[in-house]
Design a protein around this ligand. Structure first.
Ligand code: XUL
Ligand code: CO
Length: 442
C-alpha cells in the first residue's frame, strides 16, 4: 500500500537557524553537545501513537477530517493496525526521534474476547519489535487504555463494580508485561476516568482505597516480573471526569505517601494538565523534583483562552526554558523523555502537517535547552538563590533545622539579642531580565 506513506518527504535534516527550508530542524541538532552530552540523549524525544496516528480529526460538532488509509471504515482491523505500524515507523525514522509511546488500544484493535484482545496486541507488538530492532527506535513507555470502552465509564480501579477493577488489572498486567518485553523505559498510568462526576453517587474514601490497592498491585507485579523501568502516574485535574483524583503533582504525592508508594512511582507531567490545574508547567516540574518524584514529560500545551485540553504542540521557548532549566539543573530527564502527546489542529489535514508539528515542537524544546544551558553555565539564578538562603547554612538556621532550638530558646534569643531582621529585595525583575537576556541564544 502506502510505503512510503510520506512519499515526498526525506529524513528531516538539521540545517540551522538561517535556513528557509520548512522541512528541516533549525535548533534540534541530535549530535550537538549540550551540558556535556548529545542533544538527542539529553532530550529523549518520543512520538505518541495516540493522537498522531489514531485521532481522525473529529470533534463533538464534526466528523473526521483526516483521510488516513489505516482508518477506512470497512478495513480489516489487524490489516489496519499493520498499515498504521508501518506508517508510524516511517514517521519516527524520518523525524529521527529515538523513542515512541503507545496505548494498547492505539496500536492493536480490541478482539471479541479478552483473550483475543491480548493475542492481537502481542501479534502487533511482535511486529513493532522487528521495526524497533531494524531502526534502533526504542519504547519510552507503554500504557493501557482504561478509559475508552463503556465498561470504564464509572472508572477502572475506582469503579463501584469490582469486576471492572479485575478487568482493568488484567489489562494492565498484560500491557505491563508487553512493555517489559519491548524494553520500555517506563510504564504510564493516567487515571482517565479515576474521578467523579457527582458526589451524590460517590464514596470518596472507598474509591481512594481502591486506587491505592490498584497501584500497589501494579508495583508488586513490576517487581515480580523484574521490570526495571519506572512506573509513572500522569496527573490531570479534570476531563474526562469533573474531578480527577490525580489532580496535580501535590495531590498525587499525598496519595503515593498514603499508600506507601512514594519510593516506587514517579510522575509523567503534561504541560496542558499543569495549566488546567491552575499551575505553570515549571511549577509542576519543580514541585515533583523537590519531592523526588519527577519522571517524564508530555510536552503538549493548552491554549491560554481555552479551558480544556487542546493538546497542542509546544511553541513557546520561554515557557519551555523555565521547565527545562528546572529539569536540567537537577540532573536531567533521566529515564524519562519529552513525549509529544499532541494533536494537529482539525484543519491540518495533510500528512506533511504531522512533520511541521513535530519539527516545531522539537525545535522549541531544543532551543529551550540551549537557553537552559546558558542559565546553568552562567548560574545567575542559582547564585541568587544560594545567597538568599545562606543564613540556613550558618549557625542559627543550621541549629533550627538540626532540632537544637525550641520555641522557648528562640524566644529567649530574640528577646536577649533584640533581633530585628532587615528585609532584603527578592530582585524578581532583575532575575526576569537575567532569563530574558539568555532567551533565543544561538
Ligand atoms: C490524556 C493523556 C494521555 C496520557 C496517557 O489527557 O494525556 O494520553 O498521556 O494515557
Ligand atoms: Co499525556
Amino acid at each position: 500500500m502506502d510505503h512510503p506513506f510520506f512519499e515526498s518527504i526525506e529524513k528531516i535534516p538539521f540545517l540551522g537557524p538561517d535556513t528557509d527550508e520548512p522541512l528541516a530542524f533549525r535548533w534540534y541538532d541530535a549530535e550537538r553537545q549540550v551540558l556535556g552530552r548529545p542533544m538527542a540523549e539529553v532530550l529523549r524525544f518520543a512520538v505518541c501513537y495516540w493522537h498522531t496516528f489514531c485521532w481522525p480529526g473529529d470533534d463533538v460538532f464534526g466528523d473526521a477530517t483526516f483521510a488516513r488509509p489505516w482508518m477506512v471504515s470497512d478495513g480489516e482491523p489487524m490489516d489496519m493496525a499493520r498499515r498504521k505500524l508501518g506508517v508510524a515507523f516511517e514517521l519516527f525514522e524520518k523525524l529521527g526521534v529515538p523513542f515512541f509511546c503507545f496505548h494498547d488500544r492505539d496500536i492493536a484493535p480490541a478482539g471479541d474476547s479478552f483473550a483475543q484482545t491480548c493475542d492481537r496486541l502481542d501479534t502487533i507488538l511482535d511486529e513493532a519489535q522487528a521495526h524497533m530492532e531494524r531502526s534502533g527506535i526504542r519504547l519510552l513507555w507503554g500504557t493501557a487504555n482504561l478509559f475508552g470502552h463503556p465498561r470504564f465509564a464509572a472508572g477502572a480501579a475506582t469503579n463501584p463494580d469490582p469486576e471492572v477493577f479485575a478487568y482493568a488489572a488484567a489489562q494492565v498486567k498484560h500491557c505491563l508485561e508487553a512493555t517489559h518485553r519491548l524494553g520500555g523505559a517506563n510504564y504510564v498510568l493516567w487515571g482517565g476516568r479515576e474521578g467523579y462526576d457527582t458526589l451524590l453517587n460517590t464514596d470518596l474514601r472507598r474509591e481512594a482505597d481502591q486506587l491505592g490497592r490498584f497501584m500497589q498491585l501494579v508495583v508488586e507485579h513490576k517487581h515480580a516480573i523484574g521490570f526495571g523501568g519506572t512506573i509513572l502516574i500522569e496527573p490531570k485535574p479534570h476531563e474526562p471526569t469533573k474531578h480527577q483524583y490525580d489532580r496535580d503533582v501535590a495531590a498525587v504525592f499525598a496519595f503515593l505517601q498514603k499508600y506507601g508508594l512514594d519510593k516506587e512511582i514517579k510522575l509523567n507531567i503534561e504541560v496542558n494538565h499543569a495549566t488546567l490545574a491552575g499551575h505553570s508547567f515549571q511549577h509542576e516540574i519543580a514541585y515533583a523534583i523537590a519531592n523526588d518524584i519527577f519522571g517524564s514529560v508530555d510536552a503538549n500545551r493548552g491554549d491560554p483562552q481555552n479551558g480544556w485540553d487542546t493538546d497542542q504542540f509546544p511553541n513557546s521557548v520561554e515557557e519551555m526554558t523555565l521547565a527545562v532549566y528546572e529539569i536540567m539543573k537537577n540532573g536531567g530527564i533521566g529515564n524519562g523523555g519529552f513525549n509529544f502527546d499532541a494533536k494537529l489542529r482539525r484543519q491540518s489535514i495533510d500528512p506533511v502537517d504531522l512533520f511541521h508539528a513535530h519539527i516545531g515542537g522539537m525545535d522549541t524544546i531544543a532551543r529551550a535547552l540551549l537557553c537552559a544551558e546558558a542559565l546553568i553555565d552562567d548560574n545567575p539564578l542559582g547564585r541568587h538563590v544560594d545567597a538568599r538562603y545562606a543564613g540556613w547554612n550558618e549557625s542559627l538556621g543550621a541549629r533550627i533545622l538540626s532540632r537544637e532550638e525550641s520555641l522557648d530558646t528562640l524566644y529567649q534569643r530574640v528577646r536577649a539579642e533584640n533581633l530585628d531582621p532587615t528585609p532584603v529585595s527578592g530582585r524578581q525583575e532583575l532575575l526576569e531580565n537575567e532569563v530574558a537576556r539568555r532567551l533565543y541564544r544561538r
